[in-house]
Design a protein around this ligand. Structure first.
Ligand code: HXC
Length: 258
């Protein structure tokens, strides 16, 4: 991998987009590398939570690579959009929860990457935006769809039509991020939340993610039926007995992820 850093800390995986000279802009190679890495992480039973971040303090990801896109034909542009969409959808469908730790610029494809994660923690210096219209293109890695689903159509429309950047406080106010923390505390905070998740019954955490991700694409009735099925599935796992037994016996659970 040329453009990604990968670390594991016990049950946590940390994926860092590492192209700091271009503010971690996403070209096809970064996307292909991310695709391969996500496929590997999906198979790792010992990994409970993934954190995605950008190298350096200035930028999470400043967008898709404008230098690469400049000479695209429409056919190449479609392929590029579909590649990014596929990779970002695989983040949504990854069995493990994914937290975006947003350091600095999250623009265009960077904002779209953060939005494909399950939730976002931002450093105080984070800046979000969908500036594609300034380049006379639309968003293409899911921004026209995930932004309105996250913040509502009116706010999304304003951001997508004006290309304005918003700071971390505004991102918090509109619900684009869950928390804003000092720059130096970003990774510690993200890891603390990740560890809290990793201490729960992992089968249940994974099924919760699946129920949310799949359910949001269904009508309510079908989504509720799906929820009942994943609830039932929990009762085929040893951790369910352990979790409930621990509660009733006033002790800490000892989950085995079985
Ligand atoms: C390629 C980029 C880049 C990008 C920054 N760089 N963003 N290269 N693609 N998206 C490069 C710059 O060219 C520069 O390279 C180096 O990173 C540092 O950037 P500067 O502009 O010098 O830094 P600064 O003045 O601090 O400004 C930071 C910035 C600005 C505000 C983030 O770089 C910027 O506006 N970037 C573009 C943001 C953007 O429009 N993103 C959306 C892209 S479209 P050199 O070689 O000069 O040092 C998109 C579509 C997604 O994402 C969907 C596709 C299907």
């Amino acid at each position: 991998m040329n453009y990604l850093l990968y670390e594991e800390e016990e049950a946590l995986a940390i994926v860092t987009i590492n192209r700091p000279k271009a503010l971690n802009a996403l070209n096809s190679q970064v996307l292909e590398e991310l695709k391969g890495l996500l496929d590997e992480i999906a198979q790792k039973d010992h990994i409970s939570v993934v954190i995605v971040t950008g190298a350096g303090e200035k930028s999470f990801v400043a967008g898709a690579d404008i230098a690469q896109m400049r000479e695209f034909t429409p056919v190449q542009a479609r392929q590029f959009a579909k590649l990014g969409q596929q990779v970002f959808s695989s983040i949504e469908r990854l069995p493990q929860p994914v937290i975006a730790a947003v350091n600095g610029f999250a623009l265009g494809g960077g904002c779209e990457l953060a939005m494909a994660c399950d939730f976002r923690i931002a450093a105080e210096n984070a800046k979000f935006g969908q500036p594609e219209v300034s380049l006379a293109v639309t968003a293409g890695f899911g921004g026209t769809q995930r932004l309105p689903r996250l913040v509502g159509k009116g706010l999304a429309a304003e951001l997508l039509f004006t290309g304005d950047m918003i700071d971390s406080a505004e991102a918090l106010r509109i619900g684009l991020v869950n928390k804003v923390v000092p720059v130096v505390e970003l990774m510690d905070k993200a890891k603390a939340i990740a560890k809290k998740i990793a201490a729960k019954g992992q089968g249940a955490v994974r099924l919760t993610k699946a129920a949310m991700t799949e359910g949001l694409n269904m009508d309510l009735e079908r989504a509720l039926a799906y929820e009942a099925e994943v609830f039932a599935l929990c009762f085929s796992m040893a951790d369910q007995k352990e979790g409930m037994d621990a509660f009733l016996n006033k002790r800490k659970p000892n989950f085995t992820n079985a």
